[in-house]
Design a protein around this ligand. Sequence first.
Ligand code: NAP
Length: 263
Amino acid sequence: MTRTTPWHERSVVVTGGTRGIGRGIAELLARHGASVLLTGRDAATAGEVAEELARSTGGRVAGIGADLRDPDAAEVMAAEAERRHGHVDVLCANAGIFPEKPLREMTAADIDEVLAVNLRGSMLAVRACLPAMERAGRGRVVLTSSITGPATGYAGWSHYGASKAGQLGFLRGAALELAPLGITVNAVLPGNVRTEGLEGLGAEYLRTMAASIPLGRLGESADIAHAVAFLASDEAAFITGQTLTVDGGQTLPESLDAFTARA
Ligand code: NAP
């Protein structure tokens, strides 16, 4: 049996930790005792959120600005985590955007923006944290992908679906490349989770989505954070290149019976 590392010895980076799912991940891992560095585009916002989480969890949480559209930002983020914590054990590559855009109106700039944040941004974040994980001789990478793209499609979000499916192609190659270094690479696939980003899509969207989830409610950020915490744990040491869907059963139904049974 290999020795397990207690959470209070762990250094965690969460991209897009200023709100929503990322904030939920940062909060849970800080509660477990990890030292957490969270990021968002704006340094002041990230600092304020980190202070709030440090207060509410009694944990060690810091926040920095790192706009992942900028290739250098990921390097700055990884260096800052190593400077503050001495090492980097866990990267939660979570930052993402989901603007709606019908295909016939979609421009090259729209596609570039979504791919730059969701796909290239998460790849650059992983690459930037690698040297620190390599020095530590271990590491956990957990990507926040989505059911949209890997498992389902949604009209108006084809570029988003491409970015989220692309993350899984990256994950499989990276998992193989990093296995000899003791670094695992996995992903969570959230269904519809009540976050600031999702609420921006409107009350009607939220209502229809909740109605299409067999467990009868939207997900909460904590639902995703618990799955991330497992994949980031020592107990998940033998799992790599895999995905964990956390969607309340949304991708399961073959017929409307799943919903009439509930009514
Ligand atoms: P959210 O509430 O909109 O939060 C997005 C986070 O990403 C914020 O912290 C934001 O920080 C950060 N971010 C956005 N652009 C960034 C950039 N260029 N550089 C760095 N950080 C950036 O979204 P969410 O709903 O929590 O979603 C989080 C992740 O889960 C995304 O990858 C999303 O695709 C995925 N997901 C969400 C759902 C859902 O139902 N909510 C479902 C499936 C997958 P600032 O605004 O402070 O920059």
